[in-house]
Structure formats: C-alpha cells, structure tokens
Design a protein around this ligand. Structure first.
Ligand code: CP
Length: 307
C-alpha cells in the first residue's frame, strides 16, 4: 500500500478533486443496487478514531467501509486509554501495530491528522480537525453541487454564519475556488476571520445584500458556545440578522439551493421550514457522504490519486 493521505483540500489539484468526484459517482451506482456491497477492500483494515462527537461523518465512514468489505474498528476517546492519559501518538501507533492500513481521525486539535501522518505508516484521512479543515465534507458538498448544476465553474456560493471557527467553510472555500466557483462569506464581524479576503472571497455583513444572485446558500451551524464567549449579543439577534428564514428567501429573484453540513440548530441559523423545504439539499449531502468516503478509501488503498 502506498502512503497517500487525505489531510485537506488546501493545495489539492483540481484533477485530484475531479477524480474523487468521478469515483464517488461510480460508487453511487453501487449504493442504488439491492445489495449495496462490493468486495473491493476485502483484506484492508481501517481504524476510525473519533475523539470528538460525530453522527454523519462517523456513520458514513463506517457504512462506506462495510460496503467496500473492509475490516473496521471504531475507537472513541470515551472508551479508549486516552482517558487514562495515553497520548494520541501512542494510541495510534498501538492500533497500527495490530496491522491497520488506514486511520480515519476526527480530533479537536487542528493538525492532529497531519501529526499522525508523520508518525504512522498507515494512510491517514482527516475527518475534521478543530477549526482547520473537513475535507471529506467539502468533497461531498462539491459532489452534491456537481449533480445539481452539472458543473462548478461560475457558481456563486454564499457561505453564511460562523466563518472563523468553521472547518467546513475553510475546506469548501479552497475546494470551490479551485473548481472555479465564486465564494462570498456573510456573518457577524466577530465571526469573520481577519484578512479572509486574501483567500479570494467577497465578504459581507448584510445578509440580504450577500444573497443577491446566489446559486447556493450554504448555512453553517452556529456553535452555541460563541455566545458565552461574548462574540454575539444574543441568539435572537443572530437569527434576526443572519438566520435563513422563508420570509428572507421570498425576496430573492433567482433560483437557488440551500445547503448545511449538519448538525442543524433549527430556529437559530435556519428555520425548520427552510431546512425541510423544497430548496434544501441537506439530506442529499448526507447521502453523498457515503459515496465520497467510499471513493477516498478506494483511491487511498489501491488506485493512486493522480496530481
Ligand atoms: N457534518 C458533520 O461533520 O457532521 P458530524 O459532526 O455529525 O459528523
């Protein structure tokens, strides 16, 4: 096995993104079959190290591994020797010593997957590292957009909310820009990174202005602890200024779709009628997560990703 990793979207060439999306599309066909399982990764062992809570990413990695016939083990911080003080490096090296080929890691520390990639012989996949990157989320989002619009080039995507602390925003900005989309960010000044324009994005603080001409409204989860940190006057104020409501959307003249990475804070950053409404592709994003993770596991464990 080669020692390729999937650590982030920053710097990932467009050809590599396209290869992952094309491969995911072929796995979507597998997922439509009555028996959604292929023997592709028989004999490959995967360890899922989730040191932060997760529903979508953890379950979709596990389903992707099972549907490719890989062997898998799940390790969480709460049930591992991390609680007894073992270091991340020791935990990972001990798991690898049991002959694991791929390590999937979610961790609150930015750079934790990069650190493991330096310590281990296994391939490492970043399933979300702190506020840094969430590359598999961005790839499943790109697949969802490509399915909806045919191509990514020229799309106007408006990402709304807590940009500073969002690994989803960061990975999506890199991926969307690399594939030729234009990206605008909108949110409170206290949740907007300094000098973010340097990433080649537009910045707005007025939501109604930002949404003009948007093909895609990408709503981020408001991390509720931001209010305790004094970064927001109140949740009600946030919802008034930056919440995506049906009333706000009726003012838009163009066609658009609504995306959200989950989990949702219904009634805060998005109303239930928008989340469950006709413009929402939120559950399509979740469905595509399995195919994208199958593609990544497949490419890292045999097929080389070019670029
Ligand atoms: N989108 C996302 O990462 O969701 P989870 O935290 O449930 O994995």
């Amino acid at each position: 096995m080669g020692r390729e990793h999937l650590l982030g979207i920053e710097g990932m060439p467009a050809e590599r993104i396209k290869l992952i999306l094309d491969t995911a599309e072929s796995f979507k066909e597998v997922l439509e079959r009555p028996i959604r399982k292929v023997p592709t990764l028989r004999g490959v062992s995967v360890a899922n190290l989730f040191f932060e809570p997760s529903t979508r990413t953890r379950v979709s990695f596990e389903l992707a591994e099972k549907r490719l016939s890989a062997e898998l083990v799940n390790v969480s911080a709460a049930s591992s020797s991390v609680l007894k003080g073992e270091t991340l490096k020791d935990t990972a090296r001990n798991i690898e010593a049991m002959k694991v080929d791929i390590v999937v890691i979610r961790h609150s520390a930015p750079g934790a997957p990069h650190f493991l990639a330096r310590c281990l012989e296994s391939s490492v996949i970043n399933a979300g590292d702190g506020a840094h990157e969430h590359p598999t989320q961005a790839l499943l989002d790109l697949l969802t957009l490509r399915e909806r619009f045919g191509e990514l080039k020229g799309l106007r995507v408006v990402i709304v909310g807590d940009i500073t602390y969002s690994r989803v925003a960061r990975s999506n900005i890199w991926g969307l820009k690399r594939m030729g989309a234009s990206v605008a960010l909108c949110g409170p000044p206290t949740l907007m990174p300094l000098r973010v324009e340097g990433m080649g994005v537009e910045v707005y603080h007025n939501l109604d202005q930002a949404l003009q001409g948007a093909d895609v409204i990408y709503v981020l989860r408001l991390q509720l602890e931001r209010q305790k940190e004094g970064l927001l006057p109140s949740l009600r104020e946030y919802t008034n200024q930056w919440g995506i409501t049906a009333q706000r959307l009726t003012k838009l003249k163009q066609k658009f779709i609504i995306m959200h990475p989950g989990p949702l804070n219904r009634g805060i950053e998005i109303t239930p009628e928008v989340a469950d409404g006709p413009y929402s592709v939120i559950l399509d994003q979740v469905t595509n997560g399995v195919a994208v993770r199958m593609a990544i596991l497949y490419l890292l464990s045999g097929g080389k990703v070019e670029g």
